[in-house]
Design a protein around this ligand. Structure first.
Ligand code: AOS
Ligand code: ZN
Ligand code: ZN
Length: 424
């Protein structure tokens, strides 16, 4: 174990005095630290297996050093994150990148690190070696029934892997669509996709959910068959109670009001969960909270309001996942930043004076409503998030300890400089 309890405790000892001062100040200022701490401590964010290596772009990939080459090593990486922040207690796997050849052993290894298996992800956007049919023109939407069948069977295989690991959900992201006008009959493509999804849905265990992820563009550049939340919601509604829409923050057209989308999906009982990331232009390129933390806060503000209104559990009733990977940072540092950004937005949204906001809304007091939100957003809640980590046995300053503890160097020592992660 690269980071044992003593190393973390030693780090915390050095940081404690300064932390205590900041935390006490914040507690006094907000007067509700205890309640927020309990919620923060219960809140876990799943780490995607494919974000543990440096991501590439179509212009190339600059692999990091000591990346996890096997599923076991990916679990070890998430175990390190979880040891540092005590808030990354789950991993989301992608098949066929992460096929668990011995599910029992993999489950045991994950349990040793305190990890659970979050949503399983299927892959029908790439052709795999020895695959009979190509996904060049789509998978679940394909005009050829044999291609659709292959994609359906793959998804069912992913469910089966997930069952063996104790996962409870399947995320389906489709690259299906068209790149040129005239290429596709939209109505028929939708219908074929629906029928394929229905076959996958029929194979879902009773206590599973299926998340239908949407994306506005790329790799198809004229139409995407699940291109926005409306299309996803149509599929989810037609499929049934176990089907939900998944919101990836980077998958909207510019300036979309994501917080409003989220509020309405949640109200319909059809919000399944999130792929958190941030972007300046599109997709899931950047670290959560790195570009638009105010948007993230506004999303959490709707989530907390809606979950509470419906009597739902913040920690367990939605799927909280990260989906981001970029080229130039150490992926583990990047993920520590992402988890912290999510926790900060969550804590800020818990600070919002709900009663006052409701009153301001009722009185159409626009300026006051805005003041109430910004009062919460402009509060530096990082000491609260750090205190939650401390109470759970994590590190007060995870990235600092990651660096001082020379974690990457230790991983390179174990795996070698040239070890490269499978995946994107
Ligand atoms: C693709 O753009 C989607 O965000 C997927 O959720 C995810 O990134 C993919 O499944 C991993 O390759
Ligand atoms: Zn995604
Ligand atoms: Zn994406």
């Amino acid at each position: 174990m690269i980071l044992d309890k003593n190393i973390i405790a030693g780090h915390n000892e050095k940081e404690l005095a300064k932390h205590q001062q900041q935390f006490n100040f914040l507690s006094e200022q907000t007067g509700q630290a205890a309640a927020i701490l309990e919620k923060l401590k219960a809140f876990q964010v799943a780490i995607p297996s494919w974000a543990l290596g440096t991501g590439g772009t179509r212009f190339g990939r600059f692999a990091g050093a000591g990346e996890p080459a096997t599923l076991e090593q990916k679990i070890e990486d998430v175990g390190l994150l979880h040891a540092l922040n005590q808030s990354s207690g789950a991993i989301s796997l992608h098949i066929p990148w992460d096929i668990p050849t011995n599910a029992t052993a993999i489950k045991e290894l994950a349990a040793q690190h305190g990890l659970q298996f979050d949503a399983m992800n299927s892959n029908t956007f790439q052709d795999q070696p020895n695959q009979a049919h190509s996904y060049k023109f789509g998978s679940l939407q394909h005009t050829d029934k044999a291609v659709r069948k292959q994609a359906i069977e793959h998804n069912i295989e992913v469910i089966n892997h997930g069952v063996n690991l104790g996962s409870k959900s399947l995320t389906v992201w489709l690259s299906d669509g068209s790149s040129f006008p005239g290429q596709l009959n939209f109505r028929k493509a939708f219908q074929r996709t629906l029928e394929s999804l229905q076959e996958i849905y029929a194979a879902l265990p009773a206590d599973w959910k299926i998340f239908v992820e949407y994306k506005a563009f790329e790799p198809n550049f004229y139409s995407m068959t699940v291109g926005d939340w409306g299309q996803s919601l149509l599929f989810a509604n037609k499929l049934g109670d176990k089907a939900y829409t998944l919101v990836d923050l980077g998958h909207h057209l510019p300036n979309a009001n994501i917080e409003q989308i989220v509020a309405l999906l949640l109200n319909e009982g059809k919000l399944g969960g999130f792929h958190f990331n941030d972007s300046k232009y599109g997709d899931d390129d950047l670290t959560v909270g790195s570009i638009n933390p105010y948007q993230l806060f506004l999303i959490f503000n709707e989530l907390v309001e809606g979950l509470d209104a419906k009597g739902l559990n913040h920690a367990t009733d939605l799927g909280w996942m990260i989906d981001a990977s970029h080229n130039i940072k150490d992926p583990l540092e990047d993920l520590l930043q992402s988890v912290e950004a999510i926790q900060v937005a969550y804590a800020q949204s818990l600070l919002v004076d709900r009663a006052a906001l409701e009153a301001a809304q009722g009185n159409n007091d626009v300026a006051l409503a805005q003041e109430i939100l910004q009062q919460a957003y402009r509060t530096d809640v990082r000491p609260l998030v750090a205190e939650a980590r401390l109470q759970l046995g994590g590190a007060l300053s995870p990235i600092k300890l990651f660096r001082e503890g020379k974690v990457r160097a230790a991983l390179i020592g174990e795996r070698g400089e040239k070890s490269v992660a499978t995946g994107l």
